[in-house]
Design a protein. Structure first.
Length: 156
């Protein structure tokens, strides 16, 4: 039997059987942007779920937000027993708004040519939903060769 020290000295790495996922490229972010992304993540965890008023009363109403407009609407009147309304105070930092949680700016891609305008340091590609499997494979291969991260790689 080999001891732990002998194993380390031999230089062989233990195989875990995990596949490395290509495309997990990190964005080049400055310190301020990283801090703002962290602030956004914290605020999002504390933010309430904004639901449509009286969504629980009727099956036909979805929970998606609709602004209360009626004169006597209790949610509009900010009654405490009603869910909170969407307000400007729940906003996130302006510099990180519309960024992917990883910090990349998303670029919608429909073919391989669209990858030419993508900056791999700060932008990531998102393949359009109307793109078929064959073209999707081509886009993923081209993105891997150019070092561009694809956010919705799919199973291939």
């Amino acid at each position: 039997m080999m001891t732990e020290e002998e194993k380390k000295a031999s230089g062989k790495k233990k195989e875990t059987g995990k596949k490395t996922i290509p495309g997990k490229i990190k964005p080049k972010l400055d310190k301020e942007t990283r801090e703002l992304l962290e602030i956004r993540r914290e605020r999002l965890s504390k933010q309430p779920r904004f639901r449509r008023g009286e969504w629980f009363r009727y099956k036909k109403l979805s929970t998606s937000w609709r602004r209360p407009r009626a004169v006597t609407n209790k949610q509009r009147l900010n009654r405490r027993y009603r869910p909170p309304k969407v307000r400007i105070g729940f906003g996130k930092p302006d510099r990180v708004r519309n960024l992917h949680p990883s910090g990349f700016r998303e670029v919608l891609v429909f073919n391989v040519k669209d990858l030419d305008g993508v900056d791999p340091r700060v932008e990531a590609a998102r393949i359009g939903k109307t793109v078929g499997t064959r073209k999707r494979k081509d886009i993923v291969q081209a993105a891997d060769s150019k070092g561009i991260r694809v956010l919705n790689r799919g199973v291939m």
